[in-house]
Design a protein around this ligand. Structure first.
Ligand code: NAD
Ligand code: LMR
Length: 338
């Protein structure tokens, strides 16, 4: 049996390759030469679960691929550059991870990235719909609250939509919540698990501290400050990088954690749970992040919100309008995308 509070099984993989499984997944990274793409590809190259790692970008992929290909692990690395090579980059892909897109600069919201990133994501996911329609699609590119509805609409247009295989990667919010709570309570962060639900922007990021494993408690003012820190953690990094982009290394870690969980589940491991922003019927928002039980075919069961504290219920209610607006904006864009 599984517990919705279990720490994802695959996280051990990032801490010393403890898995015994040797499987043969084909994984493609689109945007592989970027700030996230490069360290993410390095972590994926280190995994015994992956036999082929296909790296695509509009620049610099031959160099990144040549560099990674010298690492003494089994994954065969190929590099692809430019739109004419995209079909080949996607051939046989079972998991596609997409960090392609521009990052924020100080003073910007994630939604300010929409104008540039919406068409990048639509173009790349259209290629996925054509060339690897059955692959698990993991979108990192912001604004995630809009890029997942865009991806879904593109797959619908091509008649290959399967909502159980399209994921908005929100894992960094969980990673941050675990880290911050562990720091405040002097716990080992590897043993902390905090579900984070809703979406991936400001107030739509909703940590469920009341569902923490192990159980932790904070006075209300501390709880509110911790919640705001988790919601603003991306902005904290954007400010600290002072114009040089947003989170890349922690995002690479989080992206790899999500992909390893997905691969473990696809390989038949039971009880693998991750939060992700997906098509959902758990609230009156059509897309929402909640803990998901993953399986061979993607989402096996949506585990829902669970029991919320009154404070968390208020946070969910306050997120709805923004989430619905971002979803509608993505859907409208995709409908008009040619
Ligand atoms: P970056 O600018 O360093 O890298 C982006 C890469 O995408 C570049 O190599 C660029 O050449 C490539 N690219 C651009 N257009 C492309 C296209 N049409 N096809 C293929 N590749 C293309 O940016 P980054 O720091 O890696 O961030 C990437 C995205 O991830 C941003 O949108 C950022 O906001 C987002 N992000 C999301 C999360 C999350 O939690 N989901 C966390 C951090 C960053
Ligand atoms: C993050 O949470 O770090 C990312 O969404 C990047 C950003 O713009 O904050």
């Amino acid at each position: 049996m599984f517990s919705r509070l279990a720490r994802p099984a695959a996280s051990g993989l990032l801490r010393g390759f403890s898995t015994s499984a040797q499987k043969n997944a084909n994984v493609a990274v689109l945007g592989a030469a970027g700030g996230i793409g490069q360290p993410l590809s390095l972590l994926l190259k280190n995994s015994p679960l992956i036999s082929n790692l296909s790296l695509y970008d509009i620049a610099h992929t031959p160099g990144v691929a040549a560099d990674l290909s010298h690492i003494e692990t089994r994954a065969k690395v190929t590099g692809w550059i430019g739109p004419e090579q995209l079909p080949e980059a996607l051939r046989g892909a079972q998991v596609v991870v997409i960090p392609a897109g521009v990052p924020r600069k100080p003073g910007m919201t994630r939604d300010d990235l929409f104008n540039t990133n919406a068409s990048i994501v639509a173009t790349l996911t259209e290629a996925c719909a054509k060339h690897c329609p059955e692959a698990m699609i993991c979108i990192i590119a912001n604004p995630v609250n809009s890029t997942i509805p865009i991806t879904s609409e593109i797959f619908k247009k091509h008649g290959v939509y399967n909502p159980n295989r399209i994921f908005g990667v929100t894992t960094l919010d969980i990673v941050r919540a675990n880290t911050f709570v562990a720091e405040l309570k002097a716990l080992d962060p590897a043993r902390v698990n905090i579900p984070v639900v809703g979406g991936h922007a400001g107030k739509t990021i909703i940590p469920l501290i009341s569902q923490s494993t192990p159980k932790v408690e904070f006075p209300q003012d501390h709880l509110e400050a911790l919640t705001v820190r988790i919601q603003d953690a991306g902005t904290e990094v954007v400010k600290a990088k002072a114009g040089a982009g947003s989170a890349t290394l922690s995002m690479a870690y989080a992206g790899a954690r999500f992909v390893f969980s997905l691969l473990d589940a696809m390989n038949g491991k039971e009880g693998v749970i991750e939060c992700s922003f997906v098509r959902s019927e758990e609230t009156d928002c059509t897309y929402f992040s909640t803990p998901l039980l993953l399986g061979k075919n993607g989402i096996e069961k949506n585990l829902g919100l669970g029991k919320l504290s009154p404070f968390e219920e208020k946070l969910v209610a306050e997120a709805m309008n923004e989430l619905k607006g971002s979803i509608k904006k993505g859907e409208e864009f995709a409908k008009n995308f040619k």
